[in-house]
Design a binder for this molecule. Structure first.
Ligand SMILES: C[S@@+](CC[C@H](N)C(=O)[O-])C[C@H]1O[C@@H](n2cnc3c(N)ncnc32)[C@H](O)[C@@H]1O
Length: 242
């Protein structure tokens, strides 16, 4: 068994192919709506994966992106770009200069981080005064219960999503197809309060619904997401009063 699924070639290839082929009616619109104007700015992408967000950001006029990811397998899917600096490193320990970035972006990576409290303080240091942090995580309701599956009735209809030990921060182990992922569950309040403690001003906390087009194209998935949100997206700024 591969102890870290993000180092498993088959799992990573499937993840990247799926990300690149499926329309995104939830996460990308939510993140784009929260990002500040980044023209000519320096961005740090934590848990950058195959670098697709980094590529999109430079295409939209960002001056440079520092892309951090610990997976050398993810890196093989990253197309080298002169404005993207790739750092194969662990978010928990990576050492970056103070006040170096106008914005930190992170897309579905912080639920893999054990010491989010420490990360919040380190991120605050890395951002310039007036800069922003925008990130998404899998919604804590999604993996509060380690089974991670809907309760179904005798006909297979989803009747409810089980929630258990919600307030208990703890690892949740996912195993399947010969790989293992460790997600660090914490309640929504922790995601917000650790940022406030670090000094950030919270600008938005979003549990994104599908877009109108998404509701038309994927009504079943949209309905499920409305019953139990898939994602939590937060924007926090350094030192800008709301
Ligand atoms: C769900 S993927 C998201 C990738 C990318 N942000 C995207 O939008 O497709 C999570 C990524 O976080 C990375 N990751 C998880 N824990 C990490 C850590 N401690 N340090 C660096 N990268 C990490 C994984 O290697 C993986 O590429």
């Amino acid at each position: 068994m591969e102890e870290d699924g993000w180092l498993d070639t088959t799992m990573v290839r499937e993840y990247v192919m799926q990300q690149r082929s499926r329309p995104d009616y939830v996460e990308r619109p939510a993140i784009e709506s929260l990002l500040p104007n980044l023209g000519g700015k320096c961005v740090l992408d934590l848990g950058a994966g195959s670098g697709d967000w980094a590529a999109r950001l430079v295409a939209s006029g960002v001056a440079s992106v520092t892309a951090v990811d610990k997976s050398h397998v993810m890196r093989t899917f990253f197309e080298t770009h002169p404005q993207v600096r790739w750092l194969e490193a662990d978010i928990e320990t990576v050492d970056l200069s103070a006040e170096r970035f106008d914005c930190i972006l992170s897309v579905r990576a912080f639920h893999y981080i054990e010491r989010y409290d420490q990360l919040a303080s380190r991120m605050y240091r890395w951002i310039v005064p007036g800069g922003s942090l925008v990130f998404s995580v899998e919604h804590p309701l999604k993996y509060a219960n380690s089974q991670g599956e809907w309760i179904v009735d005798g006909e297979g209809n989803a009747t409810a999503w089980p929630v258990d030990a919600y307030l208990q921060p703890a690892p949740r182990i996912e195993e399947g197809n010969g790989v293992r992922l460790v997600k660090w569950h914490r309640p929504l309040s922790s995601y917000v309060n650790e940022l406030i403690r670090a000094g950030f001003v919270i600008r938005a906390v979003v549990e994104p619904d599908f877009t109108e087009l998404g509701w038309r194209e994927q009504p079943t998935a949209a309905e499920r997401n409305r019953r139990r949100p898939n994602l939590l997206v937060i924007r926090a700024d350094k030192g800008t009063e709301v």
